[in-house]
Design a protein around this ligand. Structure first.
Ligand code: PAF
Length: 282
């Protein structure tokens, strides 16, 4: 497995691979791998000739009071895990190479980012789209793999790719969950034992709403009330928002007559966790 630090070198390598007719699958990450990341890498491996994974904790997407400094990092562990999955190249850029002095160019998806995560984390998506656009230009992938757990991020990246004509297929991948339903996230490492137990409630609340939906309920206010009711049973869980929106354009819906998604964010102790659940009629 190759480890590349310099953007110019990564770009040169990708151009070489492309000129040999190889397809490049790309998994952008912030590292501290869990099964969710590995499943994206395995899928890329099945679908592409060469798999490139980036590991970069992007300072631009963290707010001033967020967890940039304590975000979990363990490069040696990540490299070992990537190698075991059969990743071909790991790109590990440095801040000074991604945002050198004088840096002043940003990519912004204006509308989709006003709501949900974008409302509670101003500038977060501007940081995400800027770094993802840069990574796309450096790695030059044919396909890029994104988890549905960060559902709004997925839609924002898809919009950016469309609007800016990136010749890249975005491949959405289902959320990978712990056996008890908790969505896998590097931020789960912040949870104490009690908080970890309490965090299961996020998934239980989503499942309860899904059950209600499957039994015929289409009224969004009632489905949302179900989620809030369940989250309220656990004092360690402090929900920030619970919304049900159109699964394509993230616009508000009141009655569900096409695919919709429940999106929520909640603090459990110090950890701010998000989760998603797509509601589709059978
Ligand atoms: O989802 C993430 O891990 C990050 O937002 C991403 C896409 C790697 C950009 O920094």
């Amino acid at each position: 497995m190759e480890v590349i630090e310099k953007p110019e070198e990564m770009q040169k390598r990708s151009l070489e691979l492309r000129s040999q007719g190889k397809t490049i699958g790309f998994v952008p990450t912030m590292g501290y791998f869990h099964e969710g990341h590995l499943s994206l890498m395995r899928r890329a491996k099945r679908e592409c000739d060469v798999v490139v994974v980036s590991i970069y904790v992007n300072p631009l997407q963290f707010g001033p009071r967020e967890d940039f400094n304590r975000y979990p990092r363990d490069l040696q562990r990540d490299l070992k895990m990537a190698e075991e999955v059969g990743v071909d190249i790991v790109f590990v850029p440095k801040d000074e190479d991604m945002y050198p002095e004088g840096y002043q160019t940003f990519v912004e998806v204006t509308e989709l980012t006003k709501v949900l995560e974008g409302f509670y984390r101003p500038n977060h998506f501007r940081g995400v789209t800027t770094v993802v656009a840069k990574l796309f230009n450096i790695v030059l992938p044919h396909k890029a793999y994104f988890g549905e757990k960060d559902f709004q991020q997925l839609r924002v990246v898809q919009r950016m790719v469309k609007d800016l004509n990136f010749p890249i297929e975005i491949v959405p991948c289902s959320t990978v969950r712990e056996p008890d339903g908790l969505a896998m996230s590097s931020r789960n490492t912040y949870l104490s034992e009690d908080e970890r137990k309490a965090a299961i409630l996020l998934n239980q609340a989503l499942r309860a709403a899904d059950e209600l939906f499957r039994s015929g309920e289409r009224n969004v206010a009632r489905l949302k009330a179900k989620v809030w009711e369940i989250l309220a049973t656990e004092p360690l869980v402090r929900p920030q928002y619970v919304e049900i929106v159109d699964a394509e354009n993230l616009e508000p819906v009141f009655t569900i007559d096409k695919p919709a998604v429940i999106l929520l964010a909640a603090f459990v102790g110090q950890a701010r966790l998000i989760d998603e659940w797509v509601l589709v009629s059978e």
